[in-house]
Ligand binder design. Structure first.
Ligand SMILES: *[C@@H]1O[C@H](CO)[C@@H](O)[C@H](O)[C@H]1NC(C)=O
Ligand SMILES: *[C@@H]1O[C@H](CO)[C@@H](O)[C@H](O)[C@H]1NC(C)=O
Ligand SMILES: *[C@@H]1O[C@H](CO)[C@@H](O)[C@H](O)[C@H]1NC(C)=O
Ligand SMILES: *[C@@H]1O[C@H](CO)[C@@H](O)[C@H](O)[C@H]1NC(C)=O
Ligand SMILES: *[C@@H]1O[C@H](CO)[C@@H](O)[C@H](O)[C@H]1NC(C)=O
Ligand SMILES: *[C@@H]1O[C@H](CO)[C@@H](O)[C@H](O)[C@H]1NC(C)=O
Ligand SMILES: *[C@@H]1O[C@H](CO)[C@@H](O)[C@H](O)[C@H]1NC(C)=O
Length: 480
C-alpha cells in the first residue's frame, strides 16, 4: 500500500516534470520560430534581389568544423539561375562557416549576418590553383600559379558582398608561417578578389587575418568598398588592406585598417608584363580612411604601377603609428606612370616619414625587364595636412635622368619627435613647389611666391563612381 502510494506520487511528479519540459520545449520552439519569421534585414546596396536563400538550405553547417565549400558551390550554382530574373541573395546565418575558395555569380549578393564568421580553410586542397595575373606574369610569392581567393569572382556584373558587419577570418597564421619558411608552392590566396568585372560593392564587413592581401579588385570598373574593418597583426607578411589594381572608377570610403602592409596599395601590373597589358588604375577616390600600419604606408602608389596610375583623389585620411603617409614606389624597368595625384586633409600622428617617394624600389618579376622603361611621375599634390611626432618630414627620391616633376606641397605642418633626423627633407631628382610648409622644404621644392600662397590643386569635378546609386533593400531571412 505504502509503496503503491510512493509509486503514484513518483508518477505524478514525473508527469508534472514531463509537462514542464514539454512546455519549455514548446516555448523554445515558438521562440525560435518567431525569431525565424521576424528576422528582417535592411541594408543599402547598388541592387536589391528578387530571390533569397540561406546557406543552410544547401547543406551548410556552421559548426566551425564541417567544410562548407560544397554548400557554397551548390547554393551559388542554384542562385545563378536567377541572374535574369531579378538576381539573388545568399544569406549566411550566425555560425562559424568553414570553407575553401568559392566563386560568385552575377546579379548576386552575399550577405553575412553580424554573428556569421566565414572561416577560411587551412587545407590547401580546398583552394584551386589559378593562372597568374597577365599583368604580373607570375605569382607574387612564387613563380607560376596562385591559390584562388576565398571569395572569387571573374567576368561578373552587379555583385554585392556585404553584411551587418559579419566577419571573414582568413586564419592566416599557417600561410604566414609557410610563406616565411619558403614552403609554399603557389602564391597565397587573398580574401576577396574580383576580376574582369563591373558594378561591385564590398561593404560592412570585418576582415581578419588574411593569408595575404585582403581586398583585390583587378581589371574591373565601378567598384565601391565601404565600411570595411580590416585587422591583421602588424607584423604579418603582405596583409595589404585594399588593392585596386588596373581598375577604373573605384571608391574606397569609411574604412578602418590595421595591418602588416600598406592600408591601401594602388597597383597596375609589374614591369614588362604590366607594360604589355597596359591597363591603368584611374579615377580612384579614397576618403575617410583610418590606418595603422607601423611598417608600411597609409596609401601606397606602386610598386607595381607599370600599367599606369592616374587621377587619384584622397581626402580626410587619419594615419596613426604608420611608417609613411603617402608613398610612391617605383623603379627603373617599371615604365608606366603615376600622375595627377591629389591628397588633402590628412592627419598624421607618429610617423617615420610624412611623405616618401622611392625611385629605386627594385623587386622585379624576373631579369627580363627593360632597363630603358622609365616611369613618369608627375603632378603630385599634397595639401592641408597636419602631422605630429614625425621622425623625418620627407624623403623624395626620383631617378637620375628621369626626374619626378610637378610635386606640389602646400599648407602642411609637420611637428617632429623629440629625436628627429637632422636632415628633414632629403630630395633628389625631383622638381616642384611648396607653400606654407613647415619644417622648411628642400631647395628642390621652393616657395615660389612667398607673398602669395600657392594652393596645390584638388579637382572639384565629380568622378562617375560618385554617382553610383544605392537603395535600401530589405529581406526576411529564414534560418534555423
Ligand atoms: C572559380 O573560377 C575559376 C575561373 O573560372 C576556376 O579556375 C576555379 O576553379 C573556380 N573555383 C571553384 C572553387 O570552383
Ligand atoms: C573574362 O574576361 C576577359 C577580359 O575581357 C576575357 O579575356 C576572358 O576570356 C573572359 N573569361 C570568360 C570565362 O568569359
Ligand atoms: C565591426 O566589427 C569590428 C570588429 O569587431 C569592430 O571593430 C567595428 O567597430 C565594427 N564596425 C561597426 C560599424 O560596427
Ligand atoms: C554600413 O556602413 C555604413 C558606413 O560605410 C553605415 O553608414 C551603414 O549604417 C552600415 N550599414 C549597416 C547595415 O551596418
Ligand atoms: C590648412 O590646412 C588645415 C588642415 O590641416 C585647414 O584647416 C585649413 O583650412 C587650411 N588652410 C587653408 C588656407 O586652406
Ligand atoms: C612618438 O614617436 C615615438 C617613435 O618615434 C614613439 O616611441 C612615441 O611613443 C611617440 N609618442 C607619442 C606621444 O605618441
Ligand atoms: C638622401 O637620399 C639619397 C638618395 O636616396 C641617399 O643616397 C642619401 O643617403 C640620403 N641622405 C641622407 C642624409 O639621408
Amino acid at each position: 500500500m505504502e509503496s503503491l502510494k510512493t509509486a503514484k506520487r513518483t508518477q505524478v511528479i514525473c508527469i508534472i516534470l514531463l509537462v514542464g519540459i514539454i512546455i519549455s520545449l514548446n516555448t523554445n520552439g515558438v521562440e525560435s520560430r518567431k525569431a525565424r519569421n521576424s528576422d528582417w534585414f535592411e541594408y543599402s546596396a547598388i541592387s536589391c534581389r528578387a530571390h533569397s536563400a540561406s546557406l543552410e538550405e544547401f547543406g551548410g553547417v556552421g559548426d566551425g568544423i564541417t567544410s562548407n565549400t560544397k554548400a557554397f558551390k551548390a547554393a551559388i550554382d542554384h542562385l545563378s539561375r536567377f541572374q535574369s530574373e531579378g538576381g539573388s541573395q545568399l544569406f549566411v546565418p550566425p555560425g562559424k562557416w568553414l570553407t575553401g575558395s568559392f566563386n560568385l555569380t552575377s546579379h548576386f549578393t552575399l550577405f553575412l549576418h553580424k554573428d556569421a564568421v566565414l572561416l577560411a580553410s587551412q587545407d590547401e586542397k580546398e583552394w584551386p590553383v589559378i593562372e597568374p595575373l597577365p599583368s604580373y606574369g607570375r605569382g607574387r610569392d612564387t613563380e607560376g600559379g596562385r591559390y584562388s581567393s576565398l571569395i572569387f569572382g571573374t567576368n561578373l556584373t552587379d555583385v554585392v558582398i556585404t553584411g551587418d558587419n559579419g566577419t571573414i577570418d582568413g586564419q592566416g597564421e599557417l600561410w604566414w608561417r609557410k610563406f616565411r619558411a619558403g614552403e609554399l608552392k603557389y602564391t597565397r590566396p587573398y580574401l576577396i578578389e574580383i576580376m574582369y568585372s563591373q558594378n561591385i560593392q564590398i561593404s560592412n564587413l570585418t576582415l581578419i587575418n588574411s593569408p595575404s592581401w585582403n581586398v583585390h579588385p583587378v581589371y574591373s570598373s565601378s567598384v565601391i568598398v565601404q565600411g570595411i574593418t580590416i585587422l591583421a597583426p602588424v607584423t604579418s607578411p603582405n596583409t595589404d588592406g585594399i588593392n585596386p589594381d588596373s581598375c577604373t572608377n573605384t571608391r574606397i570610403e569609411d574604412c578602418y585598417i590595421v595591418s602588416g602592409d600598406d592600408c591601401v596599395a594602388v597597383k597596375s601590373g609589374w614591369d614588362q608584363y604590366g607594360i604589355a597589358y597596359g591597363m591603368p588604375t584611374k579615377q580612384l577616390i579614397i576618403r575617410r580612411l583610418t590606418c595603422i600600419s607601423p611598417f608600411s604606408a597609409v596609401i601606397a602608389l606602386g610598386s607595381e604601377m607599370s600599367g599606369g596610375i592616374q587621377d587619384v583623389r584622397a581626402e580626410d585620411i587619419t594615419a596613426i603609428d604608420s611608417e609613411s603617409g603617402v608613398r610612391i614606389k617605383t623603379a627603373v624597368g617599371r615604365g608606366g606612370f603615376v600622375k595627377d595625384v591629389y591628397v588633402r586633409r590628412m592627419t598624421m600622428k607618429t610617423m617615420k616619414w610624412a611623405f616618401w617617394i622611392t625611385g629605386s624600389y627594385g623587386s622585379h618579376p624576373d631579369n627580363n625587364y627593360d632597363p630603358h622603361a622609365l616611369p613618369v611621375i608627375q603632378n603630385i599634390n599634397y595639401r592641408d595636412m597636419v602631422a605630429e611626432n614625425v621622425t623625418m618630414a620627407a624623403r623624395l627620391e626620383g631617378i637620375a635622368g628621369d626626374p619626378f616633376t610637378g610635386i606640389c606641397i602646400s599648407n602642411v605642418t609637420i611637428e617632429l619627435t623629440n629625436k628627429p633626423k637632422k636632415l628633414q627633407w632629403n630630395c633628389t631628382d625631383i622638381t616642384g613647389i611648396s607653400s606654407g610648409v613647415t619644417p622648411k622644404p628642400c631647395e628642390l621644392l621652393p616657395d615660389h611666391e612667398p607673398a602669395k600662397t600657392t594652393e596645390c590643386n584638388f579637382p572639384d569635378n565629380r568622378l562617375p563612381v560618385e554617382n553610383m546609386e544605392v537603395q535600401m533593400c530589405s529581406y526576411k531571412a529564414n534560418y534555423l
